[in-house]
Design a protein around this ligand. Structure first.
Ligand SMILES: NC(=O)c1ccc[n+]([C@@H]2O[C@H](COP(=O)([O-])OP(=O)(O)OC[C@H]3O[C@@H](n4cnc5c(N)ncnc54)[C@H](O)[C@@H]3O)[C@@H](O)[C@H]2O)c1
Length: 428
């Protein structure tokens, strides 16, 4: 099928590459010319394992092309909308990018009318698909589908090629058939439903996962006081197949471009409708205060953070991505700088992005360099480069052997035996 993908960020680029890999003829469209120039050269503007190699492959086969002009995609039968829906000042989802792309589609459709399906992959508030359909009601032969995306950054391409489920929301049969044709080769359960149900499935999934993390983080606070080990507790809980092991890892808090903005957007929607979502609200509150709670331990150990050198290992919101949106590292850098600490930081990929926000941090090339002369080292992202370390070398390089494991990923027993003062999140 001829497909256009509007927006070539984390979701759009992954969608475009995976559809091209699955035999479709795809055109990726983005406003940002610099991205399109890079993409045409086979260079991915984002870091995502395996994506650049796959991009090169489909470019070479000639099944994926890029443009800044939507009119170039006028022959597309299916148009995916994958633009950002960031948080606006009042917490609601900012739909201006979505609105702009729908207006462009409308203009194109008027000029070159033919049967088209618009697929909204961006995460949008319940009712947005219907709103778009209303906006386009005068355009005949134009269907609107809600097809939320569930990929995980760091594993995006695999998630797009082998999704655990495909959710499709539409209000008549024709677009369901189009979507079946599009996802023909993919063996995954389908949830075929209305657009509002599809939209809520996305928000509810993210809010639920965020709640699991905050539940464990709150329990970790108790665990650290009563001397239990949250890792063992999580393991014991996760073996219950009614619970499962995922998203039970306590840490310094969740970040990223989805959980923070999607939970607040869901809360805003509920508030507008006069409904209280107190559990989601509390999950957000725990997450907001988790970095502060973590830093209190550092402060207690070092007495005064002023003038102390703190090493930060990992800056991205999770491993295997360059995405720093809402990363806990940003809050931690800000708080440490306010207390007068000197910061050295290491991240295999995300340092350039963070350095634009915090130029006063010393960014280095290895974890050992970051730890050199430090009074404490904090693990903020469990990149393998930050987890598998030569502990005797690190011990020798630090001014004080204080480790604060914000991801419960360092080997507690081993580092304690090596002489470190180790503090995890809710570990005995
Ligand atoms: N990143 C994730 O892990 C993830 C996962 C699931 C769902 N989502 C949702 O998918 C959507 C996109 O997220 P993302 O992380 O890919 O965002 P992103 O910011 O990485 O990419 C958005 C892209 O859209 C482009 N764009 C904006 N307006 C445009 C227009 N009118 N025409 C063409 N291009 C335009 C931007 O230049 C940018 O390249 C959001 O709604 C997000 O909530 C994201």
């Amino acid at each position: 099928m001829k497909v256009a993908v509007i927006g070539t960020g984390y979701v759009g680029l992954t969608t475009a590459v995976s559809l091209a890999m699955n035999g479709h003829e795809v055109m990726g469209i983005d406003l940002v010319e610099a991205k399109i120039i890079k993409l045409r050269q086979g260079l991915s503007p984002i870091y995502e394992p395996g994506l650049e190699e796959a991009l090169a492959h489909v470019l070479q086969k000639g099944v994926l092309t890029f443009t800044t002009n939507l009119m170039d995609a006028r022959e597309a039968e299916v148009l995916f909308v994958c633009v950002g829906t960031p948080e606006s000042a009042d917490g609601t989802a900012d739909l201006s990018y979505l609105h702009a792309s729908v207006t462009e589609i409308q203009a194109m459709h008027k000029k070159f009318p033919h049967n088209r399906t618009i697929v909204i992959k961006s995460t949008v508030p319940v009712g947005t698909g219907d709103w778009v359909a209303n906006l386009l009601h005068e355009c005949s032969a134009l269907h609107v589908v809600s097809n939320p995306e569930f990929l995980r950054e760091g594993n995006a391409l695999l998630d797009a090629l082998e999704p655990p489920r495909i959710v499709i929301g539409a209000n008549d049969q024709e677009p369901f058939a189009v979507m079946e044709g599009l996802y023909k080769g993919i063996k995954a359960p389908r949830v075929k439903t209305t657009r509002p149900n599809a939209e809520l499935i996305k928000y509810a999934s993210n809010a639920f996962l965020a709640t699991r993390i905050s539940f464990m983080n709150e329990l970790a606070r108790l665990s650290s006081v009563i001397g239990t080990d949250i890792l063992t507790v999580a393991q014991g809980m996760g073996l219950d197949n009614r619970i499962g092991p995922e998203f039970l890892r306590a840490g310094v808090g969740y970040g990223g471009s989805c959980f923070p903005k999607d939970t607040i957007a869901l809360l805003q929607l509920a508030q507008e409708k006069g409904v209280s979502l107190s559990i989601v609200d509390k999950a957000r509150e725990v997450n907001t205060t988790q970095p502060e709670w973590f830093l209190e331990h550092v402060q207690r150990q070092l007495s005064d953070l002023n003038g102390k050198q703190i090493a930060l290992l990992g800056l991205a919101f999770k491993p295997d991505t360059d995405d720093i949106r809402e990363a806990p590292s940003l809050k931690i850098i800000k708080a440490l700088q306010q207390k007068g600490s000197l910061i050295t930081a290491y991240d295999p990929i995300a340092s350039p992005a963070v350095s634009k926000l915090f130029p006063d941090v010393l960014y280095v090339q290895t974890p050992t360099e970051a730890c050199k002369g430090a009074h404490a080292a904090l693990l903020l992202t469990e990149w393998k480069q930050c987890v598998s370390l030569d502990w005797s070398e690190i011990y020798a390089s630090m001014a004080l052997p204080n480790l604060f494991d914000g991801r419960n990923a360092w080997p507690m027993k081993e580092v304690r035996e090596a002489g470190f003062h180790y503090t995890g999140v809710g570990r005995s």
